[in-house]
Design a protein around this ligand. Structure first.
Ligand code: ADP
Ligand code: MG
Length: 588
């Protein structure tokens, strides 16, 4: 008995469509890229309900003839490749002729298009790959495609979509990538009737500022390198703005957004000592190479790419980044900190220089924790930062600490003796625990120890972050951060707990939103806790900070007065205690 069937076209199309269009954002990407390929200089993106009900792209590009308007929905219909060889010189975004066929298979699509020189345009309505209507119409020159009710005929996929804020943030990410690399094209983006972005044709720096906020201009250095195998142009973030997550990292090769571990590493390595471990700089880099030196045999909807001159390109990119960082770091130091300039004026004749004096305190014992008056202790700890948030250590009965507590560092760890043994403490995790419980208890007690700021701080975020921040306003209030929306993605912070650095407010909020976003994706259930966790992690001292003995002391006292001193809020060990028994075991 024969058992093989040929799948009907409608089914085959739906299956193939799944590869190209898996969520609203991927349809947005295809439509924007088609508009760019059509030579548009102005593109409007209109979205309703995070793309569920409507995705519309209107462009002023070349438009299509009546025949092409019908053909464009056929699979493998493309105007971009005529012969196999064209593949190796591809400069357009799409070339497989699959996008519109796929979209039309899973949505209700309305196309209006007109060639510049034609008087009338064509309107086509197509649903589930079936043309329902074809009429002549009067419309603007260029193309407008409306994709309605995406996945209307595949309930499983429709149900699989995430909540609107998440789908919208995917769309927004696609929009940013496309708008960044096509800064000479004007874009608008409306969601549910609200104008989220209004970007005029501009240069790259202005485009970055238009998308991420005007304050980005001060956060970035320019990088530029014009060599034979590769041309590099763009902006890399100043080290002090590095973040704990890989957020704003954009690489474009020949105008296409790509992800490339090697290239990212090349940029990040240039920062090697400048930023703490596990923090990541922002970068926006446009790379141009001869298309024939690129491997195009990679799925166009993917973001990977392979270079023939890979090693050379890495080296050049890394050097260019280093140059930008090195040069400018020096320049700003000289500009803003003239006191660090060294006086090289010649000494007067017969001047006998005095031998430098060294003062030291012979009674200083680094293993004793009593605050030392000698300067030698504090200069040795010159890397320590002010930890204003530490209250005076209160005598807490339950603290199992010896009265003659000895404190010392072994690498990054604080070593101390307790009544019950030796404790080895990870100060960063310990501090996270302390701050976390403090924030939680603030919230639970309802006592918001918010302090009115003398000067309110203005912050600005991108649209999806602004939406999330608006959701978080009541939660932030509970931990003492009072934020109000000023509209148009602008916010003002009027109060914050005293242990916040005001200068870092924007960054703190950005990171909190990002953590919240990630937690949401991972279905972190308790959102209040997730905010306290995020804030605690940002405010905690890092492992490299060398605390003064009295700071170590109060850290340990605070840790032992926590409800769960043994684990950090993210579930990692804060300390190891070796009891006498443990030691006896080891000496066996
Ligand atoms: P591809 O972009 O890979 O060629 P698509 O399915 O995305 O495949 O588009 C098919 C064809 O339809 C394109 O090659 C192009 O000729 C035409 N087309 C699509 N969108 C537009 C547009 N916005 N303006 C003009 N022509 C378009
Ligand atoms: Mg295309």
């Amino acid at each position: 008995m024969d058992i093989i069937n040929i799948l009907p076209d409608s089914v085959a199309n739906q299956i193939a469509a799944g590869e190209v269009v898996d969520r609203p954002a991927s349809a947005v990407k295809e439509l924007l890229e088609n508009a760019l390929d059509a030579g548009a200089t102005s593109i409007q993106l209109i979205v309703k309900d995070a793309g569920r009900t409507l995705i519309q792209v209107i462009d002023n590009g070349c438009g299509m003839s009546e025949n092409d308007a019908i053909l464009c929905f056929e699979r493998h219909a493309t105007s971009k490749i005529h012969k196999a060889n064209d593949l190796f010189a591809i400069r357009t975004m799409g070339f497989r002729g699959e996008a519109l066929a796929s979209i039309a298979a899973v949505a209700q699509v309305e196309l209006k298009t007109r060639l510049h020189d034609d008087e009338l345009g064509t309107q086509i309505i197509i649903e589930g790959s079936e043309i329902k209507e074809k009429t002549q119409c009067s419309c603007c020159s260029g193309t407008s495609i409306s994709v309605k009710n995406l996945f209307y005929n595949i309930p499983a996929r429709r149900n699989f979509l995430k909540k609107d804020s998440i789908e919208l943030s995917h769309i927004e990410e696609i929009f940013k990538r496309v708008a960044l690399s096509n800064f000479n094209v004007a874009f608008t983006f409306h969601h549910n009737g609200r104008l989220l972005y209004d970007l005029k044709a501009s240069n790259f720096a202005q485009r970055i500022a238009g998308i991420f906020g005007a304050n980005y201009n001060q956060r970035l250095y320019k990088i530029e390198e014009d060599t034979e195998p590769v041309k590099i142009f763009g902006y890399v973030g100043k080290a002090e703005y590095a973040k704990r997550i890989r957020g704003e990292q954009y690489l474009f090769v020949n105008g296409r957004y790509i992800k490339h571990l090697g290239l990212s590493a090349a940029v990040e390595k240039a920062y090697n000592e400048l930023i703490p471990e596990h923090t990541y700089p922002a970068y926006f880099v446009l790379i141009n190479v001869d298309p024939s030196r690129l491997d195009v045999n990679i799925h166009p909807t993917k973001t990977e790419v392979r270079f023939i001159d890979e090693q050379v390109i890495f080296a050049i990119l890394r050097a260019a980044t280093k140059k930008a960082l090195g040069q400018y770091v020096l320049a700003t130091e000289l500009d803003f900190n003239p006191s660090t300039e060294i006086d090289f004026s010649p000494a007067p004749k017969n001047h006998i220089p005095e031998a430098p004096k060294i003062t030291y305190n012979p009674s200083y014992n680094p293993f004793h924790s009593a605050p030392s008056t000698s300067t030698s202790a504090s200069t040795a700890h010159s890397r320590s930062i002010e930890i204003e948030s530490f209250p005076e250590p209160e005598p807490i009965e339950s603290v199992p600490v010896n009265s003659h507590q000895e404190l010392n560092y072994l690498g990054h760890y604080i070593i101390t003796t307790l009544k019950s043994g030796i404790a080895i403490i990870d100060q960063q995790r310990a501090h996270e625990r302390i701050l976390y419980e403090r924030l939680l208890s603030r919230r639970e007690s309802g006592i918001t120890t918010a302090q009115q700021l003398l000067f309110p701080i203005n912050c600005r975020f991108n649209s999806s972050d602004s939406e999330l921040l608006t959701e978080l306003i009541p939660d932030l209030k509970q931990v003492g951060i009072i934020v109000s929306s000023l509209g148009q993605n602008n916010f003002v912070v009027t109060a914050a707990p005293s242990d916040f650095k005001e200068s870092e407010m924007q960054q703190i909020l950005e990171q909190t939103i990002n953590d919240y976003k990630n937690n949401m994706l991972q279905k972190f259930s308790d959102r209040d806790k997730s905010i306290c966790l995020s804030l605690a992690r940002q405010m905690a001292v890092d492992a490299d900070t060398i605390l003064k003995p009295e700071e170590m002391q109060s850290l340990i006292a605070d840790l032992f007065s926590c409800q769960a001193p043994n684990i950090s809020p993210s579930g990692k060990r804060t300390m190891i205690i070796l009891s006498e028994q443990d030691l006896a075991e080891r000496f066996k």
